[in-house]
Design a protein around this ligand. Sequence first.
Ligand SMILES: Cc1cc2nc3c(=O)[nH]c(=O)nc-3n(C[C@H](O)[C@H](O)[C@H](O)COP(=O)(O)OP(=O)(O)OC[C@H]3O[C@@H](n4cnc5c(N)ncnc54)[C@H](O)[C@@H]3O)c2cc1C
Length: 451
Amino acid sequence: MSTSTDAGTSERPNYDDEFDGIVVGAGLAGSAAALTMADRGLDVLLIERGAKPGSKNVFGGVCYTPTIRELIDIEEAPLERYVAEKRYSMLSHDDETAVSLRPGEWLREPHNDSYTVLRGTFDEWFAERAVEEGATLITETTVTGLLNERGSVVGVETDRPDGAIRAPYVVLAEGGNSLVSEGAGLKPTETRENVAVAAKEVLEFPGRDGVIEDRFRLFDDAGAAYNYFGEGAVGDAFGGGFIYTNSDTISVGVAYRIEDAAAHGQSPEETLNAFKTHPAVAPLVRDARTVEYSAKTIPEGGAESVPELVHDGAVIVGDAAGLVLNNGVHLEGTNMAVESGYHAGDAIVRASEDGRTSAAALRSYPEALEESFVVRNLERYAWLQEAVEDDRELLFEDLPRAFADAGTTYFRMDREAKDEHGERAKRAILDALGGWRGAAKLALRYRKVVT
Ligand SMILES: Cc1cc2nc3c(=O)[nH]c(=O)nc-3n(C[C@H](O)[C@H](O)[C@H](O)COP(=O)(O)OP(=O)(O)OC[C@H]3O[C@@H](n4cnc5c(N)ncnc54)[C@H](O)[C@@H]3O)c2cc1C
């Protein structure tokens, strides 16, 4: 079996019928699946359309590593910083009300398995681990469709000169923009209300050593994950903004529902620029230079939009299967991608032991996923999307403003007594919430986000 990397060379070998399995996409889900299958003795072909794994990948981002850590040694992984602080900010037009968490435990190994990474380097490193286990990686190759015989997937069509490559199993790990799975009718096209659009910039601070540590109050490899919501972040759209610290750069971005983007007539780039000028954000990005700009969609349909995961001869993993949790407090997809890739790879290894390729033979994949944190977490927050939509104005406009007004009033320095300030601050919040009854209703409705 070949263990080489064929990066679009002119002398292309013929891979037809050479492999037990083909993985479409060398992102986190694809490499996890390839690594699992190769490690257990299968011949695997990992196909990536980018010049190298990760070169086409966009994310915030914090990579959550509990599953990767189980699969391989991550000591040598290209991690940027561990997350020492999580900060949640409500932004109104020009105010910020924030809560920050810096638990001592996060300073110590394994740092809550939360690290900022740059996907260009991290995905390449992870795919190399699959190659080390024996997988063959080919880059600059796009899968354009699936080969189908009598209702069963039997390989892929590619844009290589030799075109079609047959293999008994295909793992669809193509990310959120899953044209191959959709084109083959293995999953429905995502509806607009289930998709968020994201714009992100990587910023550097030329000639300003130590500026990230100073601005974000960090030392050594400690990093920060700042999350923002409210009208000052993305207007009244359902979504938010973020800043994550890398070693020498910061990642700044916005993500919000594509439907809101269309309704507001504001491009993601304009929304990101407005976010960067908010008085609470501008000092953090002052004098920075943009070194990378990217935009991407995120599947956010949650548990209800997860498609059928197994088909005769094929499985769907990661973002292609809609496995992303975004509930305002947690934005997690990396851990779900790796977990799903692992279980899919494991199911293929089991099915291949007695040469079966049917969907029924691959059922241990969805079954394992249902037992795992992936489906359990998605199901736990399945109700959230609709609730937030109903309360959108309250959550993204009225409450950030009310909290800012209450804070300003409570701490006002004038000649009034503090009990009058306190009373007015309380009124500002209660008025926004619709009195004590409204506050109780809201707390009851959203208690599951944090408990
Ligand atoms: C702006 C943004 C911020 C995010 N922030 C976070 C965060 O902070 N933490 C977190 O955990 N998650 C975050 N996510 C989600 C996370 O990035 C994804 O859940 C995760 O990357 C999914 O991995 P994947 O392998 O399924 O897909 P991807 O990472 O999208 O990988 C898919 C791969 O398939 C390749 N490919 C696609 N089509 C083809 C084809 N036809 N042929 C060959 N190759 C193909 C692509 O080039 C790519 O390499 C964020 C997402 C976005 C967009």
